[in-house]
Design a protein. Structure first.
Length: 255
């Protein structure tokens, strides 16, 4: 008689020979809890490049489990550094707008760390906002979610901060945590602006200027060079390019 462990070991060997990494095999094994049929289904999908977050319908961000599916971009672990930078700057009752909120990972994480913050999450895609609402309920956190073209549709007093992780680059600027095969599974609207790198941030800056807000914008510039970021800074505005490590940067503009 052959035992279930035998079939699982054979399946693992099969996918190891196909080229699935040891790390991915381990993660999937832990998830399926000995179910060989389930393992083979998930392993094959991962072999083709589907993000683990879509396979498991969850992603860890700032130590919290967020629901994730194909309606939203998978949060990058590097982005946690931007959240920590903003948390150091905020006061208890500050208002923060998360532009391009997607799953809600950034805005909800801010609220979980500082419950006195007033957090708004805006996104152009209603289906992404559906996922943010799921995470808002899942993590028992209150933030205000709204469909908006950047901040144009927000009728609120001047916020203290705007934070954003928009489609700012192209494949050459992919962060180290990203497997570029995964891009084909993610929403196109969350990946690359058709007019090129930093274009989404240029449009966000114009949206803030139209509002006339006196605020601080913090956005993920990742691997984009300081010289290129400098070209989109509004005339007369002070700004910082914060190099967190050799593979990640955050840009701050003071309006």
């Amino acid at each position: 008689m052959l035992f279930p462990l035998f079939f699982m070991e054979k399946a693992i060997e099969e996918f190891r020979n196909k080229g699935l990494t040891k790390a991915d095999i381990k993660i999937i094994c832990n998830f399926v809890n000995g179910n060989t049929k389930r393992f083979k289904c998930l392993a094959q999908r991962r072999l083709f490049g589907e993000p683990l977050a879509y396979l498991f319908k969850e992603s860890i961000f700032m130590s919290n489990k967020f629901f994730i599916d194909k309606r939203v971009y998978v949060p990058n672990p590097e982005t946690e550094e931007m959240v920590r930078i903003l948390l150091k700057k905020t006061k208890k009752n500050d208002a923060v707008v998360d532009v391009g909120c997607g799953s809600g990972a950034i805005g909800i994480s801010l609220k979980l760390k500082n419950k006195r913050l007033k957090v708004y999450g805006v996104d152009i895609d209603p289906s992404a906002l559906e996922v943010a609402h799921i995470n808002k309920r899942k993590l028992n956190t209150y933030i205000i979610l709204k469909e908006s073209f950047y901040v144009d549709n927000l009728d609120i007093p001047n916020p203290d901060f705007v934070i954003s992780d928009l489609p700012y680059g192209n494949q050459s600027y992919a962060l180290p945590s990203i497997d570029i095969r995964e891009f084909s599974y993610m929403p196109a609207i969350a990946l690359f602006h058709p007019k090129g790198p930093l274009e989404a941030y240029k449009e966000l800056i114009q949206s803030i200027l139209r509002k006339g807000w006196k605020t601080t914008l913090i956005f993920e510039s990742g691997l984009v060079e300081k010289e290129k970021v400098a070209k989109i800074i509004p005339l007369g505005k002070s700004w910082e390019y914060v190099k967190c490590n050799r593979n990640y940067s955050v840009t701050i503009i003071y309006f």
